[in-house]
Design a protein around this ligand. Structure first.
Ligand code: SF4
Length: 303
């Protein structure tokens, strides 16, 4: 699908017209969940802190929004500047349950200051990291935070876990970022060159960058604790069994500063970015709107 920038004659910009009000009344979901009035980028965030100049307010930016910018600057612009969110998705409640149980399991070993048996099985000389901020770092919408000076973005992301290597003398051991993942697929789980797995890699790299900027020494190697629901059982029997695998990943965080600066430029600009050529939803939205307007016009003409 060719990349297109919506033009000024784009029918999607007829907000406030009779047609768009009729469109709004058409029952296309929950408008209040899509149109946001808070947490969006505005004049108070534009520019950056300069001595003698106006001090801009930090703008909170999650790692998922950074990823959104990389996937489609238009979606990012609509969401963060114009306040139009992507339609929500149902929550992956089974994944959330797996995350919760893994956290509980690793927390018992954290409290004991002992390695999880899985760490030993994989030859990892580490323990779950114990720190007073651990709960805050794992909390959604709070997470690990860093105020990026070049953009005044308050970047944040909630980690699943952090492990720690043994220290030497007074020197504490390096940290390793850990992310829990759940799936159900045939065969061995590996990190592949897919959209989702590339997103996982970037997620790991942003967490490494965030924790480093909080003053910790962080290993380039992070770990995915990947659980795979088994489908080859004779019967369900009211329980789902999983294989668990630890997949190391060597991250590189050198792209993040540049992406943040580009994201800031995108938000500061009045130019609407092009839509992603890899996504067909905008095309659907525009074509659906055009078809709707054609239909209304034809219906009025025949009345
Ligand atoms: S192309 Fe897709 S990702 Fe981009 S703005 Fe449209 S719907 Fe969002």
């Amino acid at each position: 699908m060719p990349s297109k920038t919506p033009s000024s004659s784009d029918s999607s910009r007829t907000s406030g017209s009779k047609t768009s009000k009729a469109w709004d009344k058409g029952g296309y979901g929950n408008k209040s969940a899509i149109v946001k009035t808070w947490g969006i980028y505005g004049p108070q965030n534009a520019g950056i802190t300069q001595s003698g100049g106006r001090k801009s307010e930090p703008f909170k930016l999650s790692r998922t929004k950074i990823d959104m910018f990389l996937e489609c600057p238009l979606c990012f612009y609509l969401d963060r500047k114009l306040g139009i969110a992507r339609p929500s998705m149902p929550s992956f409640t089974l994944n959330v349950a797996v995350d919760h149980l893994l956290k509980k399991e690793f927390d018992t070993h954290r409290a004991a200051g002992k390695p999880h048996p899985m760490m030993k099985a994989y030859g990892l000389d580490m323990v779950p990291f114990s720190h007073p901020n651990m709960d805050q770092w794992r909390e959604n919408f709070v997470g690990v935070q860093y105020l990026h000076p070049e953009t005044n973005f308050l970047v944040f992301g909630a980690v699943d876990d952090i492990w720690q290597e043994p220290g030497e003398g007074d020197k504490p051991g390096r940290l390793a970022i850990v992310d829990y993942k759940a799936t159900s697929k045939d065969g061995e789980i590996e990190l592949e060159d897919t959209r989702w797995h590339n997103q996982y890699r970037r997620q790991m790299e942003i967490y490494q960058w965030l924790v480093r900027h909080n003053g910790f020494e962080v290993s380039d190697t992070g770990y995915f604790v990947y659980v795979n629901g088994k489908k080859d059982r004779a019967a369900f029997d009211g329980k789902l069994e999983f294989d668990v695998k630890i997949i190391p990943y060597t991250g590189k965080s050198d792209w993040i500063d540049d992406v943040l600066v580009r994201a800031k430029k995108c938000l500061d600009s009045d130019a609407v970015p092009a839509q992603s050529p890899a996504c067909e939803h905008c095309e659907y939205r525009l074509e659906a709107r055009k078809a709707y307007e054609r239909h209304i016009k034809a219906a009025k003409g025949s009345a």
